[in-house]
Design a binder for this molecule. Structure first.
Ligand code: COA
Length: 320
């Protein structure tokens, strides 16, 4: 059997932070509301020099350092982002050049499945490795999502944060990624949108908009379903899962997911309090945090999940 295994992880967070107290001065909100409804206390906000490409590059460098492989062995760069710096060139190609990867033999492309993008990218990378096409793939989630924030809309601006996380995957005969499960339902597309028009310069600036309450309910149901699906696919019991690494959109959604998995919050890697919702960077950021501080150990069974605009959602069962 051929599997893809996680060889190294890395992350990058901008230096500047924005606390709930800071937000109280900007919109009609308060720390108590934000903490109770979301679990967020503070978030990292990019400076002018923090771009989707620069943050992705830094996270990838750290992941490559840990992986300890010759970087020229990387056969592909997949970047999940819903907030590219520009449409051309794609950010993955820019990151490939920044890292000095083997230029002609290392394709790179951006993938957008909103906050679920990293799970989608991990799944694509896993298919390339399992099929024998590639031995090593660099998967990055990088988001400068706060540039989409409407800093006058208290319902959304309090949620977002910037950052990047990365994973180096390598082929192995031992698992590895056991399975990935991807879903989307475009009929709910209007619930999370980027307003305006990217190309029409005559319309007002565009912003991140969300019908949070409706999204919340669908997220809890669909994440519950994908847990059942992923466990059944691997003939696993809930007790076999050591760690939940969730997308960090809302602490109450994470609590509901942990309850469904029948695991305690001590077995959940939580970054939401200090990072907020970093879109598709949130899962690799949390994964890196759990691995670097020694909680997630080799051999542990890890459940990754995300839910997002699209609506799209997905999960991965990974033996670290
Ligand atoms: N500060 C204070 N009050 C606020 C507020 C803020 N920042 N934002 C909204 N409110 C108010 C609303 O105006 C509303 O007031 P009303 O009852 O007088 O009309 C009230 O709080 C409740 O708003 P509601 O939107 O129902 O709150 P909620 O409990 O659903 O929490 C979210 C809002 C966004 C935190 C929550 O719905 C959520 O996290 N949804 C899912 C997000 C998600 O998973 N997205 C997918 C990935 S991006």
């Amino acid at each position: 059997m051929r599997y893809s295994r996680i060889l190294g992880t890395g992350s990058y967070l901008p230096e500047k932070t924005l606390s709930n107290a800071d937000l109280e001065k900007m919109v009609d909100t308060n720390d108590e509301w934000i903490t109770q409804r979301t679990g967020i206390k503070s978030r990292h906000i990019r400076s002018e020099s923090d771009t989707t490409v620069s943050m992705g590059t830094e996270a990838a460098k750290k992941a490559l350092e840990v992986a300890g492989i010759d970087k020229n062995k990387i056969g592909m760069v997949i970047l999940s982002t819903s907030s590219p710096d520009r449409l051309y060139p794609c950010a993955a190609a820019e990151i490939q050049a920044n890292l000095g990867l083997n230029n002609t033999c290392c394709p790179g492309f951006d993938l957008n499945a909103a906050c679920s993008g990293f799970i989608y990218a991990l799944s694509v990378a896993d298919q390339f490795i399992r099929s024998g096409f590639l031995d090593y793939v660099l998967v990055i989630g990088s988001e400068s999502i706060t540039k989409m924030a409407d800093w006058t809309d208290r319902a959304t601006c309090i949620l977002l944060g910037d950052g990047a996380g990365a994973v180096v995957l390598g082929a192995d005969t031992e698992p590895g990624i056991l399975s990935t499960h991807l879903h989307a339902d475009g009929s709910y597309g209007g619930l999370i949108t980027h307003t305006g028009d990217l190309y029409d310069k005559t319309v007002p600036p565009s912003y991140f908009k969300m019908h949070g309450n409706e999204v919340f309910k669908i997220a809890v149901t669909k994440l519950g379903d994908v847990i059942d699906e992923a466990l059944a696919a691997n003939n696993l019991k809930k007790q076999d899962i050591n760690w939940l690494v969730p997308h960090q959109a809302n602490l109450r959604i994470i609590q509901a997911t942990a309850k469904k998995l029948e695991i305690s919050l001590e077995q959940v890697i939580l970054t939401i309090a200090g990072q907020g919702n970093t879109a598709s960077a949130s899962v690799p950021l949390a994964l890196d945090a759990g691995i670097r501080d020694g909680r997630i150990k080799r051999g542990d069974m890890v459940f990754l999940e995300a839910f997002s605009a699209g609506l799209a959602w997905g999960a991965a069962v990974v033996k670290y």
